[in-house]
Write a new protein. Structure first.
Length: 224
């Protein structure tokens, strides 16, 4: 007999695995050592790689904004709600990714459950987007009637634009956040690599396209 495995040994391994997953979910490489024992250069290297990749991804957001520069110039008020819309999509995607990654880690889900998750997240995304859209709609209407902000004579169309955009962006966010872990697991990668920041970056770019496309559809002939 070579030795024994104690409960403490198993707890240490479980803690190390959980720590690694949490660090990846935060958008960095696993440190593989306690925080205070990691050298400064190693800390920068492990965090800098992911930050650089995410920064390059966010540059696509600027590209998407420039693509709709004409619409923004015609209706500057649209730019006021860009952070509101895309952050809601990123938050919903981060939520979904965290839930699915944890469920995969605990073996509550496996690869063949992807379609069941897809249906659940599709319905969840529609419901959550509708709920946030209602809040956004009444926020615009209330601010207009209280004379806190003047959104112009077409403020109701603007409110509908934000409402419809939130439904689309939040639904896409939940689907992207829930499906990326399955895709990575199917390709043999660690699902934790589809970290919340990565999902948020993806949804930011797509959310802008959804928002301005909806604005073109609803506000055509009025503000645009």
């Amino acid at each position: 007999m070579l030795g024994i495995v104690t409960v403490d040994d198993m707890l240490d391994v479980a803690q190390a695995e959980a720590t690694e997953d949490i660090q990846k979910l935060g958008g960095s490489e696993a440190l593989d050592a306690p925080y205070t024992q990691v050298g400064l250069w190693d800390m920068i290297r492990k965090r800098g790689g992911w930050l650089s990749a995410l920064f390059l991804g966010e540059m696509l957001t600027a590209t998407a904004m420039s693509f709709f520069e004409g619409e923004i110039a015609k209706a500057v008020v649209l730019a006021l709600f860009v952070p509101l819309v895309i952050s809601s999509g990123g938050n919903s995607g981060s939520q979904a990714a965290s839930l699915i990654i944890r469920a995969l880690a605990l073996r509550e889900l496996n690869l063949r459950d992807w379609f069941r998750v897809f249906r659940r997240e599709l319905i969840s995304g529609l419901a959550l987007g509708f709920m946030l859209g209602v809040i956004g709609f009444f926020r615009i209407v209330l601010w207009q009637h209280l004379h806190l902000t003047n959104y112009g004579p077409h403020y109701l169309l603007l409110a509908f634009t934000v409402w419809a955009s939130l439904i689309g962006v939040v639904m896409f966010g939940t689907l992207a956040g829930s499906m990326l872990p399955f895709i990575l697991r199917g390709l043999g990668f660690d699902p934790a690599a589809s970290s919340a920041p990565f999902v948020a970056t993806l949804v930011d770019v797509t959310g802008l396209c959804i928002y301005f496309s909806v604005a073109l559809l609803i506000l055509h002939g009025t503000l645009l």
